[in-house]
Design a binder for this molecule. Structure first.
Ligand SMILES: Cc1ncc(COP(=O)(O)O)c(C=O)c1O
Length: 478
């Protein structure tokens, strides 16, 4: 019998697996960690070393790995009905999930279309927006607006509304043209200017614009760039004024990550707009705060997209929630006016069962638990604010980030590798170090994380700069 080791799996992987978001020539020098198993927030390699999954495995894992409750829900569904196509058939987990998500919008977004990965939800929303305008006799509305440095996925349509050069540039000749508008960034205090830029564009071109797409409150792949709910509220009003759909991509920031189930719900909190830019310790107080409505009126976007955390990191699933108005635009005797879009695994029953189990946690007080965990993180990381090389320590709910000044070349990769020795799996974006941990933080974990990040930072900053490496090689993402 051969015993497979860490090295064996790494070599076999490099020979057979084409890794995502990876320059494979570089991977040969920095081999992927071969993970044997996961338990809670910990991942174990084949040599038995463990690592805290500080970015929740690309922001999907909400409650830790191999969570017994989610696993039970999936196992039960597996023995009942793993999958059935959702055209011409339906099934209880999909219906329940759609009803429950719709209820979380108070019925404002009462129609749910199912996809698989996040990018497929983006494709669906772009198509639904354009096609609904077309069905209403406004087929000229076929352009989309996105924010500078925004990220919405890697398929051709999603990439067209993504403004991250390292992902986009090679495919630029293939992409439809989108309008890229100044993004709000609390570090720059530029929200008024960003709204003016948006207003100017919409005023000039709304006759040909179908929708604006944004990541709410935090632009993740841009480097956890945060901005206020006030911007979103004003954007909603602009989109209404100029008859343009608003697509809110909660693929990364939904499912309780920012403090409310939908990040959008923070537009209902009266005092957030005047609170100024978010800082460490500013974690919103969870669901209860969202019950305080502003002027009694809750304005929702035209589309909300969910994926990643909705199945707690178990199975791929994405959802597009939309309004009665958009849904009605497709309602017709004419088949071609319908939304004839599908993926084979649309509304997969196992994934829906996992998502329902995730919603059960939120029904049972997850937002309150997250608020307490966010406070623990804030307390543990507060001393970093005075580190001489740290700038803009910031936090929103269970997202904590800071920028490193004069970080040097290949900082992200060097930080990632050094952190492994401190039992931490973390992947900075450029010179921004961030944590988006599973929702399992207690006082011990919070101080472990702060200590591991501090030690890693000081080690990496003490390394001699590697002057021979091109700066663009530093694009080590998420
Ligand atoms: C905001 C946002 N939208 C869309 C996507 C694409 O999701 P997926 O990678 O599942 O296609 C991501 C992925 O990181 C994301 O952060």
């Amino acid at each position: 019998m051969t015993i497979s080791t860490q090295k064996d799996w790494q070599q076999r992987s490099l020979a057979a697996v084409w890794h995502p978001c990876t320059q494979m020539a570089r991977a040969a020098m920095v081999p992927p960690l071969a993970i044997a198993r996961g338990a809670g927030p910990w991942l174990y390699d084949f040599d038995g070393a463990r690592y805290f999954d500080a970015n929740s495995s690309w922001w999907v894992n909400l409650f830790g790995h191999a969570d017994a409750g989610l696993n039970d829900a999936i196992k039960q569904q597996l023995d009942t009905l793993p999958h059935v196509m959702l055209a011409g058939c339906t099934h209880a987990p999909a219906v329940r999930l759609a009803e429950r998500l719709s209820a979380r919008t108070g019925g404002a977004l009462g129609h749910v279309f199912f996809g698989s990965d996040g990018a497929s939800a983006v494709e669906i929303a772009l198509k639904q927006s354009f096609h609904s305008w077309r069905n209403l006799g406004r087929g000229d509305k076929r352009e989309f607006v996105c924010l500078k440095n925004g990220y919405h996925g890697e398929t051709i349509g999603a990439l067209a509304v993504t403004d991250v050069a390292v992902f986009r540039d090679a495919y630029d000749p293939l992409l439809m043209r989108a309008h890229i508008v100044m993004s709000p960034d609390s570090r720059l205090a530029n929200e008024a200017a960003a709204l003016t830029a948006m207003r100017d564009l919409l005023a000039e071109r709304s006759a040909t614009i179908a929708a604006v797409i944004v990541e709410p409150l935090v632009q993740g792949a841009a480097g956890m760039v945060m901005y206020s709910a006030g911007y979103l509220r004003a954007l909603r009003k602009l989109c209404t004024e100029f008859e343009v759909h608003l697509i809110v991509d909660e693929i990364a920031m939904g499912c309780g990550r920012t403090g409310s189930f939908f990040a959008w719900e923070q537009t209902f909190i009266e005092d957030l707009a005047s609170a100024g830019p978010p800082q460490a310790g500013d974690a919103p107080s969870g669901g209860s705060a969202c019950t305080r409505e502003r002027g009694g009126q809750q304005l929702w976007p035209d589309f909300i997209l969910l994926s990643k955390g909705i199945t707690g990191g178990t199975l791929p699933l994405s959802l597009v929630l939309t309004t009665e108005a958009v849904f009605q635009a497709f309602w017709s005797e004419d088949v071609t006016r319908g939304f004839l879009h599908s993926h084979s695994y649309t509304g997969n029953a196992l994934a829906c069962a996992a998502a329902n189990a995730v919603l059960d946690r939120f029904d049972a007080g997850q937002l309150e638990r997250n608020a307490a965990q966010a406070r623990l993180l804030a307390e543990s990381f507060a001393p970093l604010a005075v580190h001489p090389r740290v700038a803009h320590l910031r936090q929103l709910g269970m997202v904590l980030a800071f920028d490193v000044q004069d970080a040097g070349l290949r900082f992200a990769e060097r930080f990632h590798l050094a952190a492994r020795a401190h039992q931490l799996l973390i992947r900075p974006i450029g010179n921004t170090v961030y944590l988006m941990p599973p929702y399992v933080v207690d006082a011990e974990i919070a101080s472990f994380l702060a200590r591991a990040v501090n030690l890693t930072l000081d080690e990496v900053l003490a390394q001699p700069m590697n002057k021979g490496i091109a700066a663009e090689d530093d694009a080590h993402v998420a």
